[in-house]
Write a protein that binds this ligand. Structure first.
Ligand code: CMX
Length: 454
C-alpha cells in the first residue's frame, strides 16, 4: 500500500503477538544488574527501556532499524533519480523506515510527502495567534514547545479518549494521526519562529504543498532560490545545496535510541497517555538543555573564537597549542567525545562528506576549514591528554557551522531545526508504545536510608 497507516495496520498484529510471547516466555529473565553507581549516576548502563526504531553501537554508531547511515544513503529514495547529483535521501523515507523497519519505494515516499504537504499547509489558527502574541525575544525552543503544546487542542487522540470513544487497541490509530499532523506542522512552526527572530515576524518564504518536508523547512526560512526575500543573498546553487544539507541534517538526526533526554522525555510523558503534542513538547524542552541539543552552537562560538586567535585555520601548531590551553584550563573541547560512541560519529562523517563534495563553496570559509583541520588535530591531543574515552568528533562538531556558513547566524535557532528532525524517532516510538499497549512508566526510587541499608 502507498499509505503508511495501512502498512502499519498489517504489521501491528504480528508485533503484538511477539510482545505477548516475550512477556510470557522471558518475563522473568534478568537483563542486567543495576548498581548504586547507576542509581546516583544518571542511570548509566541501565538497560531498561524498549526502543525499536534505532540502536547505538559504540563502534558502528547509530543504526536505524539495523541500517547504518551509509546503508540509508544507499537504500532510501531520493528526490531525484540522478545519483550523480549526490542528493541525500528524503527524511520521509527515514520516517517510513523507523516506523515499519522496511525500505519504502519512491511512490510510497512521494505519497507520504504529499500527505505531510497537504496536512502541514496551515498552522491551527489558535496556535498561530498564540505564537504571534509571544514577545519576540522568547527563546526559540520555548516558542516551539509552546506552539507544539498548544496544538493539543487539535488532538484527535485526546478528544476521542476524553469522550470514551476508543478502546485500547485503537489508541495507536489516533496517536498516529496526531503524529502525522505534528510532523507536518513543523516546517510552519519553525518558519514562524525564525521569521520572528530574524525578520520581526515578516514571512520569509512560502509553504509549497507539492514539495517535500525538508524543502518546506528551507522555504519558510527564506533559504530557497524561489524565496522572494532571499535574506542571505544566496546564489541559486547555494540555495540548492542548502536544501540538500537540510535533507541530510534532518535525515540523520531523527533518532538516537531512547537513552537521550528528548526521546526518553517524550516516551515517559506519552506513557501517561498525554497526547503526542504534549509528549513531544516535553521532549523539546529537554532538547533545549545545554548538555543535550545545544552543543552545535557551542562549537560555532568555539571555532570563531579560535580563528580570531590563530590567525589562519591552516596553522596546525597554533591549533594544537589552543586545544592544549583549553584542556589545561579544565574546559572541554566542544564537538568531541561521546557518552556511548567510541569512534568518529558517522553523522559527522556524513556532514564532512557534504563539505568535501563542495570544495568551491567551503575552501574560503575559515570556520569550516578549521572544523575540518581540527578533526585531524584534536583527536591526537585528546588521546595524549588521556582523559576522555572517545577523542573523536561527534556530529555537533560540523552541523552548526554549516548552517552558519549559509547565513543562519541566530545560534539559538539551530536546536529548533534539530527538534524538527528529532520528532521522527520519538514519535515513531510513541505510536508503537500505544500499538503494543505499553503501560505507564513507574520506576521506584531509593533514598539515602535505603541505599545505605543495601
Ligand atoms: N574535551 C575534554 N575533556 C573531555 C571531553 C572533551 N571533548 N570529553 C570528555 N572529556 C573528559 C570528561 O570531562 C571527563 O573528565 P572528568 O573525569 O574530569 O570528569 C573525562 O573526559 C571522561 O569523560 P567521558 O567518559 O569520556 O565522557 P562522558 O560520557 O562523561 O561525557 C560528553 C560525554 C559528550 C558530555 C563529553 O565528551 C563532552 O563534554 N564533550 C564535549 C561537548 C559535546 O561535544 N557534546 C555533544 C555530545 C553529542 C551527543 O551527545 O550526541
Amino acid at each position: 500500500s502507498l499509505e503508511l497507516k495501512t502498512v502499519l495496520k498489517e504489521l501491528i498484529p504480528r508485533r503484538r503477538q511477539e510482545i505477548l510471547e516475550l512477556r510470557e516466555r522471558c518475563g522473568n529473565i534478568k537483563v542486567g544488574n543495576i548498581t548504586v553507581g547507576s542509581v546516583i549516576g544518571g542511570m548509566r548502563d541501565n538497560k531498561s527501556m524498549f526502543w525499536q526504531s534505532s540502536s547505538l553501537d559504540p563502534y558502528e554508531g547509530i543504526k536505524f532499524q539495523g541500517k547504518t547511515i551509509q546503508d540509508c544513503q544507499n537504500l532510501l529514495p531520493r528526490d531525484s533519480k540522478d545519483f550523480k547529483k549526490k542528493e541525500s535521501f528524503l527524511p520521509e523515507g527515514m520516517f517510513w523506515l523507523l516506523m515499519t523497519g522496511q525500505i519504502p519505494t519512491r511512490e510510497q515516499i512521494f505519497h507520504l510527502s504529499k500527505e505531510l504537504g497537504v496536512t502541514g499547509r496551515k498552522l491551527p489558527g489558535y496556535t498561530d495567534k498564540l505564537m504571534s502574541n509571544l514577545p519576540f525575544d522568547v527563546h526559540p525552543m520555548t516558542q516551539l514547545a509552546i506552539g507544539l503544546a498548544s496544538m493539543n487542542t487539535t488532538s484527535e487522540f485526546a478528544r476521542k479518549y476524553e469522550k470514551g470513544q476508543i478502546g485500547k487497541d485503537e489508541y495507536w490509530e489516533y496517536v498516529f494521526d496526531d503524529v502525522i499532523n505534528l510532523i507536518a506542522a513543523l516546517p510552519q512552526l519553525s518558519g514562524k519562529i525564525y521569521s520572528r527572530i530574524a525578520a520581526n515576524g515578516e514571512p520569509l518564504g512560502e509553504f509549497k504543498e507539492d514539495r517535500d518536508w525538508s524543502y518546506n523547512i528551507c522555504s519558510l526560512l527564506g533559504m530557497t532560490s524561489k524565496c522572494s526575500c532571499n535574506l542571505q543573498n544566496l546564489t541559486s546553487k547555494q540555495s540548492d545545496d542548502f536544501v540538500n544539507l537540510m535533507k541530510l541534517y534532518t535525515g540523520i538526526h531523527v533518532d538516537h535510541e531512547d537513552g537521550n533526554v528528548s526521546a526518553h522525555a517524550t516516551h515517559l510523558v506519552g506513557s501517561a497517555l498525554s497526547d503526542p503534542y504534549l509528549s513531544y513538547s516535553s521532549g523539546v524542552m529537554g532538547l533545549a538543555g545545554p548538555l543535550h541539543g545545544l552543543a552545535a552552537q557551542e562549537v560555532v562560538r568555539f571555532l570563531i573564537e579560535m580563528n580570531s586567535y590563530i590567525s589562519s585555520p591552516h596553522n596546525e601548531s597554533k591549533i594544537e597549542k589552543y586545544v592544549w590551553n583549553l584542556l589545561r584550563s579544565k574546559r572541554v573541547v566542544p564537538g568531541y567525545g561521546h557518552a556511548v560512541l567510541r569512534k568518529t560519529d558517522p553523522r559527522f562523517i556524513a556532514l564532512l562528506d557534504f563539505v568535501k563534495a563542495r570544495p568551491e563553496e567551503f575552501s574560503q570559509d575559515k570556520n569550516v576549514v578549521l572544523m575540518e583541520k581540527l578533526s585531524e588535530i584534536a583527536p591526537k591531543v585528546l588521546k595524549e591528554h588521556g582523559k576522555c574515552k572517545n577523542p573523536y568528533p561527534n556530529v555537533d562538531s560540523a552541523s552548526g557551522i554549516l548552517f552558519y556558513h549559509y547565513g543562519i547566524k541566530e545560534l539559538l535557532f539551530f536546536t529548533v531545526i534539530f527538534a524538527c528532525s528529532r520528532s521522527m524517532g520519538p514519535l515513531t516510538q510513541l505510536v508503537w508504545d500505544r500499538a503494543l499497549g505499553l503501560p505507564i512508566e513507574r520506576p521506584t526510587s531509593l533514598n539515602f536510608n535505603s541505599l545505605h541499608s543495601l
